[in-house]
Design a protein around this ligand. Structure first.
Ligand code: PMP
Length: 367
């Protein structure tokens, strides 16, 4: 095994990506078939009649210091959803390769695998051990080259959505070593800022088959802007970049990203996260006293997974109080379980009040 790119789709390895138009803004732009006018804005601050500039060196540098990586190890995408998608498309030949993940977990791993035509290998989390990873089960399943083809990508979500538990760094290192030359270990750290842990991007230099996904959608509060970051070996980053469409982030989003990464915003972020963690504790304590609750799993994320006596009744009560929750009862092993995101103190109060509301007796509805 010479290069981590040996794991990529053979037909993509030496392909050249689309050549985007030069981003120079101080020249007469007659090279990209753009309109010379801008009717959506007055055009002063965001020239949206021009194709977006690449994400600036300044922004990349701030991302590098945020995640402790080098510039060649960073790729900005439209949310982590797109990071997951381009990994599938770059490493899994349709109808031949497969993807491994550990349910119950984030649903996009399955979605993207299905769309790409990659086979799926599931190694369930160990429900009786706090939803820990079945590490031996993963290594074993990823090494079996079955009729379903080779496992090229192993997804590990930490803290996991929807169970909220983190995976230890040593476990990630162990998986990368065991699967070296066979598969990439893709560590999805969408919620890691809420966990008090540093994340595993610091391991990238010694582990070429490690890929880390970070997002600006959660702690950074930019879900509407669609910004994610893939951190990986520079060869992987170059391949993924060649698979992405050109001009990937819209101009207003590049500007938002620039603002969100300013030092004073990062201080504010720290303060907001601390406040949210206090709220998580407060909601946890209130739920623990509720007669409706059977179990609350420990969480390292901005949500709690809660088993209720009657999840359907809780959903109905909250709906009447105009509070939206995510019911996971349909997932095997998560019967009567609901994921509750931690909001502002007022949001959380609304949720707890809705939960405590009297049930509507049959026949009372609509009165
Ligand atoms: N990974 C996990 C574990 C998630 O829960 C989510 C969003 N719910 C994502 C990735 C996708 O994030 P993004 O908004 O960056 O696409």
């Amino acid at each position: 095994m010479n290069s981590v790119l040996d794991l990529a789709r053979e037909d993509l390895r030496s392909r050249r990506g689309y050549l985007a138009a030069s981003p120079a803004r101080d020249s007469v732009r007659l090279h990209a078939n753009e309109a010379p006018w801008c009717i959506a804005t007055d055009g002063a601050e965001a020239r949206v009649n021009w194709y977006p500039p690449p994400v600036s060196g300044d922004i990349i540098e701030r991302l590098c210091s945020l995640y402790s990586v080098a510039a060649g190890q960073v790729l900005v995408t439209r949310g982590s959803d797109e990071g997951i998608d381009i990994l599938m498309r770059s490493f899994c030949a349709a109808g031949r390769d497969s993807v491994l993940y550990c349910p119950p977990t984030f649903g996009m791993y399955r979605q993207c695998a299905e769309i790409q035509g990659a086979a799926i290998v599931e190694v369930p989390l160990l429900a009786d051990q706090g939803f820990a990873l079945d590490v031996d089960g993963i290594v074993e399943a990823a090494q079996v080259e079955s009729a379903r083809g080779a496992v090229k990508l192993v997804f590990v979500c930490t803290p996991n959505n929807p169970t909220g538990n983190p995976v230890a760094t040593d476990v990630i290192r162990h998986l990368c070593c065991e699967l070296s030359g066979r598969a990439l270990v893709v560590v999805d750290e969408a919620y890691v800022e809420f966990s008090g842990r540093p994340g595993v991007a610091g391991l990238l230099d010694g582990l070429p088959n490690l890929v880390v996904l970070r997002t600006l959608s959660k702690a950074f509060g930019l879900a509407g802007a669609r910004c994610g970051v893939v951190l990986a070996h520079p060869d992987i980053i170059n391949l993924l970049r060649s698979v992405l469409p050109p001009y990937v982030l819209p101009t207003p989003v590049v500007n938002l990203l620039d603002q969100a990464l300013q030092p004073e915003r990062l201080l504010l972020l720290r303060k907001n996260i601390d406040g949210l963690l206090q709220e998580r504790e407060r909601v946890n304590e209130a739920l623990a006293r509720s007669p409706h609750v059977v179990k609350i799993w420990p969480s390292a994320a901005n949500f709690l997974l809660v088993r209720f006596r009657d999840a359907r009744g809780v959903m109905q009560r909250c709906e009447r109080g105009s509070v939206l929750l995510r019911d996971f009862s349909y997932v095997p092993g998560l019967e009567n379980c609901i994921r509750v995101t931690i909001g502002t103190a007022e949001d959380n109060r609304r949720f707890l009040n809705a939960l405590a509301m009297e049930d509507v007796a049959p026949g009372d509805a609509g009165q």
